[in-house]
Design a protein around this ligand. Sequence first.
Ligand code: J2J
Length: 552
Amino acid sequence: MLEGFTPWPPQYVKRYREAGWWEEKPLAEKLEEIAAEVPDKVAFVCGEARVTYRDMFARINRLALHFVEAGLRLGDRVVLQLPNIEEFVYTFFGLVKVGVIPIMSLPPHRSTEIGYFLRHSGAVGYAIPSEFRKFNYIEMAEALRKEISELKYIMVAGESLGPDMISINRLLDTPIEDRYPSDYLKKFRPDPYDVALVHLSGGTTALPKLIPRTHNDYVLNAKQSAAAAGVDADTVFLAVLPIAHNFTLGSYGVIGTWLNKGRVVISAATDPQSVFSLIREEKVTVAAAAVPLVVLWVNSKDVGRYDLSSLKVVQNGGARLAPELRRKVKEVLNAFPQEVFGTAEGLLNYVRLNDPDDMVMESSGRPVSPHDEVKVIDDFGNSLPFGEIGELVTRGPYTVRGYFRAPEHNKAAWTEDGFYKTGDLVRMNEKGYIFTEGRKKDVINRGGEKINVEEVENLILSHPKVKNVAVVAMPDPVFLERACAYVILQDNETITFKDLIDYLLGKNIAKFKLPERLEVVAEFPLSPAGKILKRDLREDIAKKLESERRTK
Ligand code: J2J
């Protein structure tokens, strides 16, 4: 068992196993068995590539053999930073197949974040595209290798390559299977109770937490959410959000689609024309989106130019889709707006296709599994009656019991009896539908992308001209929230917005975390105990934006 991972207590292991909720099968093996039933069916389409289930697993297994031959072993960690490209599929499952644990970073992460993921997880490998959205990942990997001596394997998808890097494409083109007995990979079969992959948390502490997901729990995660969504072999699922994120990967995402023998369409482009033509050409039935994409699609003037009649469902996850936008999904796209309120830590809530109309338009759904235990609690941990607002906490067969290597933080993020504290303020009705009402955690949710406030504040505080800082959410019609930095400067100093941004860019962090407005103030509103009253700052910036909008 991976050191630093918190297993479920034995009585829960027993319960989940005996009830058959955990299938005791490694993730890749489970999928491969299903693939073997429909070998000639197209598993996914990506750009020009149309890949059958047979070919998908032939390539996965070839890469897995190469990984083993190169020296990667069960329990090793590899930071995976691949965008929505064909190689993602082979690399991710090639690693998982032999028990090498991918740490699922996202394409916008930069060297500060990646360095932390590598170090904290003790990774020996790092998988990157050579270039994506004009950013050179090879240079970043070179620089990281100089600092981190444990980093042995840099694996690259794409044309160019740095010295001593492994070309994923060359491995895919190089037969290796003839040199090994056909059951050779069985030796490297991971334990289904062990960690299969690691997701990243939106996080409330200075650095994002790593979420270890086991084979057992991740198979269940995908299976249960696909069942709640009614996925079948005719489902054609469009993956346009980053495939590395929990939503697109496994809830139900590409894995849930494949578990049901459906077809996946992978795209890195999210603009309306690209998305609409893919829907038309591939007869997409379900698209998984987040608020900014829904806004873009339903307001696109191109929508009438494409035959989108195959599209039945538009899923929204990451942040709440307003009822008005749900209505537009129905009217403009002629699709069912399926709200998905999920967490990378586990719990997934879905609106069901046959739910009553008011729940479809207003609610955040209900848990996908009857085995999810959910409670709404007050500040003292007491359960609240239906209808009252409190923090959502949860325990269950696919909700993790701790972050990776974070024992101190885990004490605060889980209740004593093992409920994960989501940090979300919700209410629940008698039927178990959940309604999100806000947050307890200090996170800014930029259209689904989570900005860890403390992390950004610490970086701004390191600026020599800054005396104190408070980063708060400001309202936005597309992203719902964006970050605004309130700053108190050192005496007699001045700073421009550009100065601040240039400084932060120099810190090599993902761009979506950058504040989008700067307010220099002389003092902060403080509580009697001396705590910064962020609610007052949020009200202040909302008022300013409103009056600026009026005077425009
Ligand atoms: C309101 N808040 C939401 C929603 C997530 C599926 C879908 C989303 C995620 C995800 C995911 C929300 N309405 N519909 O992993 O598998 C906010 C909550 C939650 C946090 C989790 C999946 N959907 N949220 O967004 O781990 O605040 O997972 O606690 O990135 O996003 O963020 P994350």
